[in-house]
Design a protein around this ligand. Structure first.
Ligand code: FAD
Ligand code: NDP
Length: 517
């Protein structure tokens, strides 16, 4: 910590030098602070750190407050993942998969009404999802109480580097602490166009939308755009994705294109190289979306819902990080912490608020726990942000860990990298005769020696479940020799990784000959 302080000191302006000097003085009088740790943000990272710190005997308070969306949507304790992220998304993804399964079931002998008579009820799905979320909110509060973590339902605002101020229903509070953790996460951005906030929604609204979304235009083709369009189409809605450049820009290009094709097959429409220009409300209540393509052509169409999924902004402005002397990076919103420590030595940050770190729940949780152990348990382990596995529930899932083909070639050169690939046939796809065109996997390895595996990519059913284990294998220095020497479990789709043997360089056909070849 001292080293970090010196480094920051050297690179900072007068204002920060002053703050750091104050910080040094503060360390001398820390026993005066009311808490050992005050966490701002009761989401994945903040709660993980708070609970671990309390387990280790620290006196902890957590502030959590949700600023309502322009539509008025708000939610309870637990942050994005629980309320408007991973959990409701996974449940709606599951609802969409069940819709597919109902159709498959007939081929397996289930006597069901004709497909066109099977309908989906948005209101009952929304209610079930929201009930589950409320139960998680409740359990989270109980857990905090049991661990003696004080929960304060108020918006935290830095008064100075040592003091957080908040206003709750019960009145004003001023909290002093030995350490602070910023775990304020992010919120969706809207395009800066007429009508966006008045008439558009985001992922913050979709999971609790009173009326069924109907025909939906999703703007943005990242994780959220594809997942929302995927489950909406799966539930039977007309869904269109507006893509500014390419889908899933930062992912393996070939895998992203396969995902896009799989979504087209399921009926999702795409508008490529377009950006929105206005959203207008019509007399009949429908929304007229206007957009232009990159060659300047203008278009418009009516939708029931327009959902913005163009990325998220970190919640640092509302916290007044400037008053604490915290330097912001990049776009001036995120915190460029070193081992989760900001330039102000007693203030830390985890989760989505961090600059150039994966915006994923397990990343925030892991970093939060390790930080608590370092601060209060004598721990030394640092968070490793490399090789974090992730999955896009699109709804045919795409799971990956490590480098994409392009990133590996850029890093090591095409001659040093070997790409193994294969198409495969999930056994369960045969009876309903589902398309296997998008069941594809890829292993990115070093070409020489034992061929260290540096990236794994899988598109198909349950990709999230499959890639998790291979993420652990990569952490244990998986090589192609070990992968090919692993005996598979038959008949699963995960075994396809153990059967992979065709390199792209060989030019051989990566299509499977039979189920057991
Ligand atoms: P958050 O969970 O966002 O928590 C921050 C909390 O702080 C919020 O409750 C916020 O209201 C509160 N807050 C902010 N400012 C203040 C303040 N000044 N005072 C008091 N409280 C404040 N990740 C995955 O790993 N898998 C997924 O499948 C997945 N799906 C997602 C789907 C969607 C639609 C979205 C939006 C995200 C998804 N994510 C997923 C990402 C995941 O939700 C985030 O990475 C994770 O929640 C980040 O945790 P966090 O602790 O940084 O912040
Ligand atoms: P992403 O950064 O993944 O994608 C943003 C998309 O919006 C891109 O397609 C981008 O296009 C487009 N875009 C950005 N700005 C504009 C603009 N002004 N006009 C039009 N299009 C624009 O952000 P998301 O909001 O989808 O997700 C945020 C994060 O949440 C993810 O990075 C991920 O970490 C996390 N998440 C994780 C999930 C999971 O684990 N399954 C699921 C959902 C979210 P372009 O490529 O041209 O920049």
């Amino acid at each position: 910590m001292a080293l970090r302080a010196v480094l920051s000191f050297g690179g900072s302006g007068n204002r920060n030098r002053f703050l750091l000097l104050q910080g040094a003085r503060f360390y001398g009088t820390k026993r005066d602070a009311e808490y050992d740790l005050v966490v701002v943000g009761g989401g994945s990272g903040g709660l993980a750190c708070a609970k671990e710190a309390a387990n280790l005997g620290a006196k902890v308070a957590v502030l959590d407050y949700v600023i309502p969306t322009p539509l008025g949507t708000k939610w309870g304790l637990g942050g994005t993942c629980v309320n408007v992220g991973c959990i409701p998304k996974k449940l709606m993804h599951q609802a969409a998969l069940l819709g597919e399964a109902v159709h498959d079931a007939k081929a397996y002998g289930w006597q069901l009404p004709e497909a066109e008579n099977i309908t989906h009820d948005w209101a009952s799905l929304r209610e079930s999802v929201q009930n589950h979320i409320k139960s998680v909110n409740w359990v989270t509060r109980v857990e905090l109480r049991d661990k003696k973590v004080e929960y304060i339902n108020g918006l935290g605002v830095f008064k100075d580097p040592y003091t957080i101020h908040t206003v709750t229903k019960k009145g004003e509070r001023t909290l002093t602490s030995k350490y602070f953790l910023i775990a304020t996460g992010g919120r969706p951005r809207y395009n800066d166009i007429p009508g966006a906030k008045e008439y558009g929604i985001t992922s913050d609204d979709i999971f609790s939308l009173e009326n069924s979304p109907g025909k939906t235009l999703v703007i943005g083709a990242g994780y959220i755009g594809l997942e929302c369009a995927g489950f909406l189409r799966g539930l039977g809605f007309d869904a269109t994705v507006m893509v500014r450049s390419v889908v899933l820009r930062e992912f393996d290009r070939q895998m992203a294109e396969v995902i896009q094709e799989s979504m087209v097959l399921r009926g999702v429409k795409f508008l490529f190289k377009c950006v929105p220009t206005a959203i207008e409300k019509q007399d009949d209540g429908k929304l007229l979306a206007k957009w232009k393509s990159d060659d300047g052509q203008e278009f418009s169409e009516t939708y029931d819902t327009v959902l913005f999924a163009i990325g998220r902004r970190a919640l640092t402005r509302e916290l007044h990080t400037d008053r604490a002397g915290i330097e912001l990076a990049g776009d001036g919103e995120k915190i460029d912490a070193v081992n989760e420590q900001t330039n102000v030595p007693h203030i830390f940050a985890v989760g989505d608020v961090l600059y150039k770190k994966p915006e994923l729940t397990p990343v925030a949780i892991h970093a939060g726990k390790l930080l608590a152990r370092r601060l209060f348990g004598g721990g030394t382990a640092q968070m490793d942000y490399q090789n974090v596995a992730t999955t896009i529930f699109s709804p045919l899932e795409y799971g990956c860990v490590g480098l994409s083909e392009e990133a590996a070639v850029e890093k090591y050169g095409a001659e040093s990298v070997e790409i193994y690939h294969a198409y495969y046939k999930p056994t369960e796809f045969f009876i309903p005769q589902k398309s296997i065109a998008h069941c594809y996997l890829k292993v990115v390895a070093m070409r020489e020696g034992e061929q260290k595996v540096i990236g794994m990519h899988f598109i198909g059913p349950n990709a999230g479940e499959i890639i998790q284990g291979f993420g652990a294998a990569i952490k244990c220095d998986l090589t192609m020799e070990k992968l090919m020497g692993t005996v598979g479990i038959h008949p699963t789709v995960a075994e396809e990784f153990t059967r992979i043997n065709i390199t792209k360089r060989s030019g051989k056909d990566p299509n499977p000959a039979s189920c057991c070849s």
